[in-house]
Design a protein around this ligand. Structure first.
Ligand SMILES: Cc1cc2nc3c(=O)[nH]c(=O)nc-3n(C[C@H](O)[C@H](O)[C@H](O)COP(=O)(O)O)c2cc1C
Length: 190
């Protein structure tokens, strides 16, 4: 089954290190012929939710394009830094833009931070994603000291170990993406 996975970056910070992790994940998805794209909040500056209405009926322009792209995705990987024990507001704003496109789809979570590796940001996101009527994949990846661990060309240290870790994580994300895609298309619609 051909799958489309959207990789969502969690921050708009200039000089963000987590982008290197997101780009490596994109590369690993493409290495196994998965159709994958990067969703960058820095180029989708929708801001705070100013209107109660969320969905495609009222959206136009870049917001409508975003909603359509998320509708077409079969699953998501979020790569987010941890800022003050949680994930950045830019990511929350992006997730709040719509609701239906996320429903019954899997989210794989990757954190980037200092010693914690963004584990608290990952935990905070699990709760938020439940609110999106979506599920989080149990497997996750914390990246400790992200600036020393990843660079523009991928892992800076333990390249083989990081590649294996991320590939095993993506195995899980793709398993859920395929299973849930089949279930959404199946005869049982509640
Ligand atoms: C505002 C701010 C708050 C931060 N808070 C945490 C934190 O709570 N836990 C942690 O492990 N790292 C924290 N850090 C360190 C970041 O995780 C680290 O700088 C990482 O590089 C951020 O990802 P980015 O480079 O993609 O922005 C914080 C950094 C910033 C800028």
């Amino acid at each position: 089954m051909s799958l489309h996975i959207a990789v969502l970056l969690g921050t708009v910070r200039e000089g963000r290190q987590s982008e290197h992790v997101a780009r490596f994940i994109l590369q690993r998805l493409k290495a196994r012929s998965v159709d994958a794209s990067l969703v960058d909040p820095a180029t989708l500056w929708f801001g705070d939710l100013a209107h109660k209405a969320l969905d495609a009926e009222t959206a136009t322009g870049a917001k409508l394009d975003f909603i359509r792209a998320m509708t077409q995705a079969d699953g998501f990987v979020i790569v987010t830094p941890e800022y003050n024990y949680s994930f950045p507001g830019a990511l929350k704003n992006l997730l709040d833009v719509t609701h239906k496109p996320w429903n019954r789809k899997p989210f794989g979570l990757v954190g980037a931070g200092g010693v914690s590796g963004g584990l608290r940001a990952i935990d905070s996101l699990r709760q938020v994603i439940t609110g999106l009527a979506a599920i989080t994949v149990p497997a996750h990846v914390p990246v400790q000291s992200v600036g020393k661990t990843f660079g523009p060309d991928g892992p800076l240290v333990d390249v083989e170990a990081w590649t294996n870790r991320i590939d095993r994580f993506l195995d899980e994300v793709l398993w859920y993406a395929e299973a849930l895609k089949a279930a959404r298309a199946g005869p049982v619609q509640v």
